[in-house]
Each structure stands twice: as C-alpha cells, then as structure tokens.
Design a binder for this molecule. Structure first.
Ligand code: UTP
Length: 447
C-alpha cells in the first residue's frame, strides 16, 4: 500500500488523522505505518464502530435453562472411548491451541506458552501440550496435526521456542503456526488511537479471531486435505488439559455434534466462568457478569446448584462447522482500557483512567450456530488448573500443586505413595494417563 492508497482508504472511513504526523516520520516509520494501515480492513472498522455505537449490550439471560450435561460412566464411557480411539487411529483428529493472548494478568514478558511450569524440570507450558500430542500419536499410530494460533506480538518468539526445543519431539511438518488478526483501538467516538506519532495502537482480535485466521492462513484447508473431522480446541494456560481425550472425541462423534463442550462443576456459586444455557432450541454462553444473584445461587431439585456447570474452554469442533462459520461475522465485545495516546503535538501520554476501547471476538459466540451441541462433564481437579495470575488462585504455584497432585493420584493407583514433600513431574510422552503408569507399576512390583 502506498501513501495515496492509505489516505484514500482512511478518508473513506473517516480516519484520516492516522496520517497526521506523516511529515515528521522517517522512511522506516512511514513504511511501518503503511504496513499497519494495509492490515486494517474497512469492514472490520465498520464492525468496531457499530459495536461502539450499540455499547456494551447485556443480552437477557433470564429465560436461560441449564443444558443437559452428560456424565459418562461404565458402559457409556467405554463406548465413547472406543469411538474416540477409532477416530484417533484413523487420523481424523487435530489439536488446536489458541496462544495469541497477551497474558497481562500473569505479567510474563513473552508468549505464555514459553512460561516455565514443570515442577521439577521447569519445562514450559508448550512442552506439556506438545508431549501429550506426541503420546497420543504414538499410542494410536496416527498423526494428530497441531495447529497453534499466535498473534503478531508473540508469533516469532513462539516459533523460536518450538525450534529451540526440537518441536518437543513432534514432527515439524505436523505443527502449523498461524497468526490471528489485530484490531486498532478506538476512542469513544470511533477514532483510531495512535499510541505514537507513526503508530496505531493495535491489539489481538480475541480467541474468536481464530475462525477468520484459520481460513486466512490455510489451516482449515490443510485440515481438510489431511482428512480431519474433529478438532480439539484448548487454551495455552492449562497444562492439565487432556488433549484429544478419546472419551470426549468419541462422545462428540457419536452425537454427530458440531460443537461439544467439556464442563466442570463450579467451585462456588459466583465463580468467574461462562455458563452455557439453553434458550429454546439453541444454546448460548452466558458470561458470569450477565448472571443475576438469583441465577448464581438457584438450586435444582437435587439440592445442587441449578446452573452448576461452567466452561473452561475445552471444546471439540466438527471441522466442517469451523469451515462454515469461518466467513461469518461474529459479535464484537468491548473492553474499556488505559491506552497510551498522542496529543495534537505528537506528545505521548499514559492515561491513569481508561480512555479507549479494545475489541475482541469470543470463540464460544458460535455456539448458537451449532445444529447439534453436546455437553460433557469432567472433574475439575483432573483437567483444569489454568495459569492466569502471578499469585494466589489460578497462578503458577496453584497450577504446579494441582499437576503434582494429579500425578500423585496416578502413582497411588499403582500402589506407590509419593510424599507431598517430594516434587514430581511426569513427561506426558512417558505416561499420558495412569494406564501408562500401570505397566511401569508392574515393573516396579517385579523388582
Ligand atoms: P485469556 O482470556 O486468559 O487472555 O485467554 P490472556 O490474553 O491469555 O490473558 P490476560 O487476560 O491478558 O491476562 C484465554 C486463551 O485465549 C487465548 C490465550 O492465549 C489463552 O490461551 N487468546 C486470548 C488468544 O489466542 N487470542 C486473544 O486475542 C486472546
């Protein structure tokens, strides 16, 4: 894009102030600004402005009902596992990781996936994800291609982390990195914010940016070419996640589901998790901020919370469903933030109060579009312990404790007691679940 093209596009969108400092910029700064402008789609700008005009609408969730959530046990569990294993052995399952977030609460300077979490080795979050994929690939004798969504801000460092670690044992041909989109920040009156004289303030377009990015990057086409049917979606901050869990894959496939969600019981009525609710024939994710006190505390006939199950963002998608939704517009969510801004003279100031909006799309907003959606319960302590905050709950310390508690339970199953004072870590490629340890248990017993 050259200056004239940029000016024309910006004028059409009422954003010509973006070029206000053009004359003061050097050659490199000009080129960088033009590159930024080229990536701004007028259509996306219009969506963002429309979202601003509408404001943060809170949808009415009062008529929502709790969805039917399956708890698999005994024969039903065995059936689902068998169906999932069939898919895995046939190579019809992919893993899809969203790792484009900024991790601002953790305050770690780098991609969150590079954050050291291994209680003994200090291995990064990416290690645990990749090694689980490797383990299932070996167990089922078929590749599980791994699609990793990054952002412009962390793509290079993410790829470097994989390269430096030999892809954690995975075949690089089966790891596909792609970047999500970035959107400019705006003031309340819909003007793009410059955070430096020659620089637009941009932020990742949310994990919902996944759909457009999958299409744009060719990742969806790659999945199709490989014959993928089910796509296991997970977030970078949860090393407990059971990636491509056969029971979940099998349950999804048996139900002919387009979008399946794993759900876990809330730890307290007002836990900050999204709740899928049923509205007539469709489902929608209701954010905790949208729920009334009555809804949070409502009890069912069994005396348990009526809205018991929340979503930790562990999903399985039908690949064809992702394909269908990838070109559809999605709702836009607003976040009012403190954004550095230049004044008319080109001086940068850092506000002490929120002054501008970031825009995001959320992946679960496609839930109402699913012709069939399924919900499967799991136990939180087994599969969910995210690293969100630097300290306290959902922190590296709580996550490491939960990882070790899980491994201790595995050892206990094979008759080995690991004292709490002894740090432990298991390479997922060595044992991806307790059944792998059971064979080792026999060896230990024989010694
Ligand atoms: P979070 O909502 O926890 O956001 O992301 P975050 O950016 O990681 O952390 P904070 O809120 O700044 O502290 C949940 C998952 O969605 C991914 C994250 O990488 C994480 O796996 N995500 C989030 C994206 O891939 N892109 C985004 O734009 C936002």
């Amino acid at each position: 894009m050259n200056y004239a093209e940029a000016e024309k596009m910006l004028k059409k969108c009422g954003q010509e102030h973006v070029l206000a400092f053009w004359k003061k910029l050097n050659k490199t700064e000009r080129a960088a600004l033009l590159e930024q402008i080229a990536k701004i789609e007028p259509k996306s700008l219009a969506y963002c402005r429309e979202a601003l005009e509408k404001g943060a609408e809170v949808p009415d969730s009062s008529k929502g009902k709790a969805p039917k959530v399956a708890v698999l046990k005994g024969k039903k569990l065995a059936e689902a596992v068998a169906a999932g294993e069939k898919e895995l052995k046939a190579g019809r399952v992919a893993a899809l990781l969203v790792a484009g977030g900024q991790g601002s609460r953790l305050g770690y300077d780098g991609p969150k996936g590079c954050f050291s979490i291994g209680p003994v080795t200090g291995a990064p979050l990416f290690y645990f994800h990749a090694r689980k994929i490797l383990a299932r690939t070996i167990r089922y004798g078929a590749t599980i291609p791994f699609y990793v969504m990054t952002s412009e801000a962390n793509n290079e460092a993410t790829v470097k982390c994989f390269e430096e670690n030999d892809y954690f044992g995975l075949n690089p041909k089966d790891v596909f990195f792609f970047t999500q989109g970035m959107w400019p920040g705006m003031t309340q009156d819909g003007k793009i914010i410059l955070d430096k004289p020659g620089h637009v303030f941009m932020s990742p377009d949310g994990h919902g940016g996944l759909l457009a990015a999958l299409k744009r990057s060719g990742a969806l086409a790659d999945m199709k070419k490989r014959g993928i049917k089910s796509v296991f979606f997970f977030q970078v901050d949860n090393p407990l996640v059971e990636i491509a869990d056969p029971a979940f894959i099998g349950y999804h496939v048996m139900n002919k589901s387009e979008y399946s969600l794993k759900l876990c019981a809330k730890r307290e009525p007002k836990e900050k998790v999204g709740m899928p609710m049923q509205f007539g024939k469709t489902f929608r994710m209701v954010e905790y901020t949208e729920m009334t006190d009555e809804q949070c505390n409502r009890k069912g006939k069994d005396g348990k919370l009526y809205f018991l199950y929340g979503s930790p963002a562990i999903h399985v998608f039908d690949r064809a469903f992702l394909d269908r939704e990838a070109s559809q517009p999605m709702p836009i969510h607003l976040a009012f933030k403190k954004i550095p801004v230049v004044d008319a003279k080109g001086n940068v100031s850092k506000p002490s109060e929120p002054n501008g909006y970031k825009f995001e799309k959320f992946i679960f907003d496609v839930l109402p579009k699913a012709k069939v959606a399924s919900f499967l319960a799991f136990e939180q302590k087994e599969e969910f312990s995210p690293v969100k905050n630097a300290e306290g709950g959902d922190s590296p310390a709580s996550c490491r404790a939960d990882m070790q508690a899980k491994w201790r339970r595995w050892f206990a199953e094979v008759g080995v007691t690991v004292p709490e004072s002894m740090p432990i870590e298991i390479d997922p490629a060595y044992a991806v679940d307790s059944s792998d340890l059971k064979s080792i248990g026999i060896c230990l017993g024989a010694e």
